[in-house]
Design a protein around this ligand. Structure first.
Ligand code: 3PG
Length: 400
């Protein structure tokens, strides 16, 4: 983007593909981290006199307009953060979008409606995607890719559109790629990875890749129960992906062979019922050893002994990557494990990276100072796929 700014963008229509896919509760943004992350790019372009057209997806609507997934709240927040009015177009490539863009003066910003209100955005058909990308290209003279959280998606605005316009990487993408390099090239050791989140199936590929790179893997969250089951423990009614047990068993054997320390919870918080996340009414739970989960109960957070154990495994790390909450952190009674891991990252002298999505939202909503971490990525799936060593369509398109 510095190159673009040096060439001059005054009066040019610059399409910024951002990732404004923020969590919403009843129409209110609960974490605006992703909007703040794209501000440097939007500000720099506006200050240089560009007519800035910001586009993003939000949620997973089904290729047609759906008010529940409107980008309007994100556009409003962007305006507040910029301290300047932001025009909002109620369609993506239709007359409203063209009116909004035509109405821009140099230095002004417009946001167009959710890209995924159009089937062409996510289509698997190359021609359909290319057609939609043509309609997006009609709105701009230049493309700036800055939606790091979506670079792993082969979508029209991420992959096809940059081929149709002069294209540049924004500041966020440049920063994210630079940081993730530190986790894949010349990594400082010990390199410790903490993985949580609900589904082990989402993390299989990254575990596979990390077994050859990390020194220690700490497992928590819903996915831990599939590991515990594979180890031969009963897990009651905890989240379990039976079909993943063979893969998990193989990883545990491989870890042992390769000298990678794979650490599982030694105790957990269990309850007969899932907590009420709306009322946050006090939960009825007990702490049990990981091999003593009662048949009618489910594990909802890592227990106090595990928190201490994981903290001790993180303190001497030179590099840490953490992705995925350790428990149902949205409820205060089950936030302790996630808080303990976040605190251990802060206490570590190593380079600490929090990998996007829920874990990034967790550190902010649990009240941690986000600036105290080495880096909080805006990409959940994108940062994991980067660590897996995959070619990410949105980065490949920009490098082209
Ligand atoms: C994310 O939240 O990880 C990104 O915004 C991508 O969203 P998606 O998983 O719906 O493609």
């Amino acid at each position: 983007i510095d190159e673009l700014l040096a060439d001059g963008v005054s009066g040019k229509r610059v399409f910024v593909r951002a990732d404004l896919n923020v969590p919403l509760a009843d129409g209110t943004i609960t974490d605006d981290g992703r909007i703040r992350a794209v501000l440097p790019t939007v500000k720099a372009l506006a200050e240089a006199g560009a007519k800035v057209v910001v586009a993003s997806h939000l949620g997973r609507p089904k290729g047609a307009p759906d008010p529940a997934f409107s980008l309007l709240p994100a556009a409003e927040r962007l305006g507040e953060l910029l301290g300047a009015p932001v025009a909002f177009a109620q369609d993506t490539v239709g007359p409203a979008a063209h009116d909004a863009v035509d109405g821009l003066q140099p230095g002004q910003v417009a946001v167009i409606e959710n890209l995924r209100f159009n089937a062409g955005e996510t289509s698997k058909d190359d021609t359909e995607r290319a057609e939609f990308a043509d309609r997006l290209a009609a709105l701009a003279d230049v493309y700036v890719g800055d939606g790091f959280g979506a670079v792993h998606r082969k979508h029209a605005s991420v992959y096809d559109l940059p081929k149709k316009l002069p294209h540049y990487a924004g500041y966020l993408i440049a920063t994210e790629v630079g940081v993730l390099k530190k986790l894949t090239e010349d990594v400082k050791r010990p390199y410790v990875v903490a993985l949580g989140g609900a589904k082990v199936s989402d993390k299989l590929a990254v575990i596979d890749a990390l077994l050859g790179k990390a020194d220690r893997l700490l497992i928590g969250g819903g996915m831990a129960y599939t590991f515990l089951k594979a180890k031969g423990y009963e897990v009651g009614i905890s989240l379990l992906q039976e079909d993943q047990i063979p893969a998990v068993t193989e990883y545990m054997q491989r870890a042992e062979k390769q000298g990678v320390e794979l650490v599982l919870p030694v105790d957990v918080l269990v309850s007969r019922e899932f907590p009420d996340l709306k009322t946050k009414a006090p939960a009825d739970y007990t702490v049990v050893d990981a091999d003593k989960i009662p048949a009618d109960q489910e594990g909802l957070d890592i227990g106090p002994k595990t928190r201490e154990l994981y903290a001790s495994k993180l303190t001497d790390a030179a590099t840490v990557f953490w992705n995925g909450p350790m428990g149902v952190f949205e409820h205060p009674d089950y936030a302790g494990g996630t808080k303990a891991v976040a605190q251990a990252l802060l206490d570590s002298d190593g380079f600490t990276v929090v990998g996007g999505g829920d874990s990034a939202a967790a550190v902010r909503t649990l009240g941690f100072d986000e600036n105290a971490f080495g880096h909080i990525s805006t990409g959940g799936g994108a940062s994991l796929e980067h660590l897996e060593g995959k070619t990410l369509p949105g980065l490949a398109a920009l490098e082209d």
